[in-house]
Design a protein around this ligand. Sequence first.
Ligand code: NAD
Length: 478
Amino acid sequence: MTRITVAKGDGIGPEIMDATLEIILAAGAKLEIDEIEVGEKVYLAGNTAGIAAESWETIRRNKVFLKAPITTPQGGGYKSLNVTTRKFLGLYSNVRPCTSLHPFVSTKHPVMDIVIVRENEEDLYAGIEHQQTDEVVQCLKLISRPGCEKIVRYAFEYAKQQNRKKVTCFTKDNIMKQTDGLFHQVFDEIAKEYPEIENEHWIIDIGAAKMADTPELFDVIVMPNLYGDVLSDVAAQITGSVGLAGSANIGEECSMFEAIHGSAPRRAGQNVANPSGLLQGAIMMLNHIGQTEIAEKVQNAWLKTLEDGTHTYDIFKEGTSKQKLGTKEFAKAVIENLGKKPSILKSVSYANNAALNLPKYNRKPAAKKELVGVDIFVHWSGSNPNELAEKVKRIESNGIKLSMITNRGIKVWPDGFRETFCTDHWRCRFKPNEGTEIQKTSIIELLKSAANENIDTIKTENLYSFDGKAGYSLGQGQ
Ligand code: NAD
């Protein structure tokens, strides 16, 4: 018996959750259920997080959470409960299988069978954003070595367990050499530990195009958070329907399982919604808690039901479908098929599908870290970079010199192009003369002088080398 937390959510949530629970309990799932309230009602009662403190206690105690979609009210500073839950509970891995069900669900990609493994906690989703000048706002993209190692290892362990042949990594490290560069580097390091699994890296743009065009080329694909967010929806959509995909959010201690679609408020209360996405989430949950036989039984019954042509309205198609069913009737059809297997679609076997047990992250020995310069960002409304250089050069001291100015990353001084468009947000890079050292106190001196010269400094970024290797990007055009 496993005790789990269930939230029925908003819109079509309660209907698809009831259908899902009915199916898995009929299949023999051994569950004790604690139900909590999350979503719209909680938000509108004035709780901007969409969840009460005592509900967190239930989730943390039970560790396994099955969640129906919720409606996040527009405006009013409401926080996305999904993002909060993933981060609070350390659910670093988002796993989303996207498999075609041809010929029973129409798709342009009949042999597609891929799994997107998306990093779930960091990247631009750290949500650290600042307005720095009248014209420029920034969002901090944070990629960590532990974050990369955990997700990449998860992808390889998952591939190994599921007998999958290849893990592909998507990044944009030709542009983001530090952040995406780290993700790619860790991918290459960890791939070496799994010689039996093929590995490859694609630049995300062409990789995504290829995935949308010929998904049969891919097997497991691992990627940072933002790319994974976008591409996992693309992958689910091109199987034929987003309404059919579920996802697992896995952490070291806790896990959350859900459908990928939203609360479809316009369909609520009409007994028409397709419970399949949430059911897929629930099947991943059953595997995760070790009830793999039940998971297998439910999945095979579900495949058989689709094969029988008994479909909800969203996938109903004259010719292929035989019967249009409501939510409750569809659940009943799946229950009647428990114990049966599909004959055209491939039946599943989940014999080795229990939760993956990954090693804890081991912190690496610290590298030799040296301060080698500083970028001082300046809010300045002029347009001629040479004028700014002249002004900023007045603060040079202790052998530390202005070496470059960029605007939105492109070098505009020295030797900039007149054609380059400039905003009011300038990065002034200071480096010590050859043989001179730079200290933290020299940076403070620079900032003091800037204040005296009425230069509006908005932030600094220290430039470091790690074991002699530059830990910062060059200016574009430098
Ligand atoms: P949606 O996924 O709710 O609906 C998109 C379309 O798909 C609609 O036409 C809907 O009728 C259809 N659809 C979705 N699920 C279906 C199902 N199971 N059966 C049949 N048809 C289905 O997306 P949306 O309309 O953009 O968002 C509605 C609300 O859901 C918003 O408040 C949004 O914030 C929320 N949302 C929640 C989650 C979540 O909790 N995980 C995810 C996405 C969106």
